[in-house]
Design a protein around this ligand. Structure first.
Ligand SMILES: [Zn+2]
Ligand SMILES: [Zn+2]
Length: 438
């Protein structure tokens, strides 16, 4: 017996029509705010070079070490040399920031008016995750990247954008931002030295991961979720005490702007974020009740060295991203009402061959006029087509039978009232405008 395809790979999911209203709701609000702030949309490919991510997120990140999927064409016999070169290098992208930084360099955006502020909508990313609730191997992201400004105003403006989005999707009531600074190229070595010195003294009590981190990425020890490590971290030196005066001023200014905007935030000295490219500001957004940051809703920060690291001219930058799945889960959990997606409002009922031929041109005309109109193929009887009109929630049924097709008339039926009249086919538009008050 042949296989029945009724499953998809673990960690992936379909977005079904019944769920689409949540996704559209979020998309519409995101797009509205991004455009209002003068951002431009960008879309990058789902596949890209492995080296881009190794260079950007760092060889020590979990992403590079464990989570990236490689891409290969099944047929390797008909490859040309270029394909062959790329074959071993292509991966499914684990994140978008590095790609946007690459696009900034590749398309000469440093000559555009700065800052260049870009956003991307509903972009799938791929990371290997252990299968469990709320963890996806393909997940969808929204994000913003701003290049060419190191002004604290830029950082604050991105947080403001997020805050406005949270307000509009009605999740802002118990959202709080965690924010921290992790220093710049100049002061980071000092920061690291302090951190390493402190944890070295407690090395025995640290978890295995943290002992490893201490060697390669010591700041991440601060962020360990292991209770024992967290206990030690309580007494750890705070990054903010060992950063340079410029970094301190930068951070203070962001906080002053956030105060002025009355955006709720929490200074979190443990927040460092997982990726190598972050400098200075790092932030996350979470529910107030999620004090341990088990499931943050947004993550972002500054990455002033990334463009240069990827071979471009030194360009300060800041950005953030969020995953749709978690946000939509919250919308459902909190029973936030989102607009229903609009179905057809007019059903054209056609009876007989002549009516069938006339039906599609009429539907096309009404669609063009802005009336959401459809026709049901294959249904024979008037009754079954009217029943469909009900099921689809159509308010108006337009009926063309043999006689109407011949007379150039049509029956205009109000579904709810069950009243109808025969009108001249030319007068449909007027009737619909009057009925729908458009
Ligand atoms: Zn600094
Ligand atoms: Zn640990």
């Amino acid at each position: 017996m042949s296989e029945t395809f009724d499953r998809i790979p673990r960690g992936t999911h379909d977005i079904l029509p019944e769920d689409e209203k949540y996704w559209s709701f979020v998309d519409d609000i995101l797009k509205k705010h991004c455009l209002a702030m003068g951002l431009n949309q960008i879309t990058t490919p789902v596949i890209d070079f492995k080296s881009l991510f190794i260079r950007s997120v760092g060889t020590q990140s979990d992403i590079v070490k464990k989570e990236i999927y490689s891409v290969q064409r099944l047929d390797t016999k008909t490859e040309d040399t270029k394909d062959k070169e790329e074959r071993d290098e292509l991966v499914l992208r684990p994140e978008v920031t590095a790609q946007v930084a690459r696009a900034y360099i590749q398309h000469g955006m440093q000559t555009w008016p700065q800052p260049v502020r870009l956003f991307y909508l509903r972009q799938p990313n791929f990371r290997y995750e252990r299968p469990q609730a709320g963890r996806y191997r393909q997940h969808f992201q929204f994000g913003v990247e701003s290049f060419g400004s190191d002004d604290p105003l830029t950082d604050a403006q991105l947080i403001l954008l997020l805050w406005q989005v949270f307000q509009d999707i009605k999740l802002s009531d118990n959202i709080i931002f965690d924010i921290n600074t992790i220093g710049c190229k100049k002061c980071r070595p000092d920061v690291k030295k302090q951190i390493v010195k402190y944890y070295k003294a407690h090395e025995e009590q640290l978890c295995d991961d943290c002992r490893e981190r201490l060697k390669k990425n010591p700041l991440r020890v601060l962020d360990c979720k292991n209770p024992k490590c967290q206990e030690i971290t309580l007494e750890a030196p705070q990054i903010i005490d060992s950063i340079c005066p410029e970094c301190q001023t930068h951070f203070r200014q962001i906080l002053e702007i956030l105060d002025e905007l009355e955006i709720p935030y929490n200074l979190n000295p443990q927040l460092v974020r997982g990726l190598d490219y972050y400098t200075r500001t790092v932030f996350e957004a979470r529910e107030e009740t999620d004090e341990k940051r088990q499931s943050s809703l947004v993550g972002g920060g500054r990455y002033d060295d990334l463009v240069e690291e990827l071979g471009g001219t030194p360009t300060p930058a800041v950005g953030f991203s969020f995953g749709y799945e978690r946000i939509i889960e919250k919308l459902k959990e909190k029973e936030i009402e989102v607009p229903e997606l609009l179905g057809p409002e007019v059903l054209l009922v056609q009876l007989g061959d002549k009516a069938k031929i006339k039906s599609l041109p009429l539907v096309a005309k009404l669609n063009r006029l802005g009336f959401r109109t459809t026709v049901i193929p294959g249904k024979e009887s008037l009754r079954s087509q009217l029943r469909m009109a009900d099921r689809l929630g159509c308010e108006i049924a337009l009926i063309i039978g043999q006689r109407e097709a011949f007379d150039n008339t049509i029956i205009f039926r109000k579904m709810k009232e069950g009243v109808q009249e025969t009108i001249d086919i030319e007068r449909i538009e007027k009737f619909l405008i009057k009925y729908f008050k458009r």
